[in-house]
Design a protein. Structure first.
Length: 95
């Protein structure tokens, strides 16, 4: 996991924060942290970074943006911290 984080940091440094490949790397870092490490808080940070870039590059409603949003919802459900009203408020702040 340490090497994965380091590779994402290098990619961000080389390609920039707002690059589609950097966003994809943050998404997969979030996925790995969520599904394999069960570190939901760090996974949420990675997913939010991926979503920020996707919204900037692709906008609302694009498949890539929606895929990250679904992953965040799944994470919140797995974390047992899913409150529909709170989730809607969370996503309304993003948009």
């Amino acid at each position: 996991m340490k090497m994965f984080r380091k590779s994402v940091a290098i990619q961000e440094e080389v390609l920039g924060t707002y690059h589609k490949h950097t966003s994809r790397s943050f998404f997969f870092l979030g996925y790995t942290l969520s599904k394999h490490e069960k570190d939901y808080d760090k996974a949420l940070v990675a997913y939010r970074r991926a979503l920020r870039v996707r919204l900037l590059l692709d906008g609302e409603g694009h498949n890539h943006s929606n895929y990250v949003i679904r992953a965040i919802r799944e994470l919140l459900i797995a974390k047992k911290d899913f409150d529909k009203d709170a989730a809607e408020k969370y996503f309304s702040i993003i948009f």
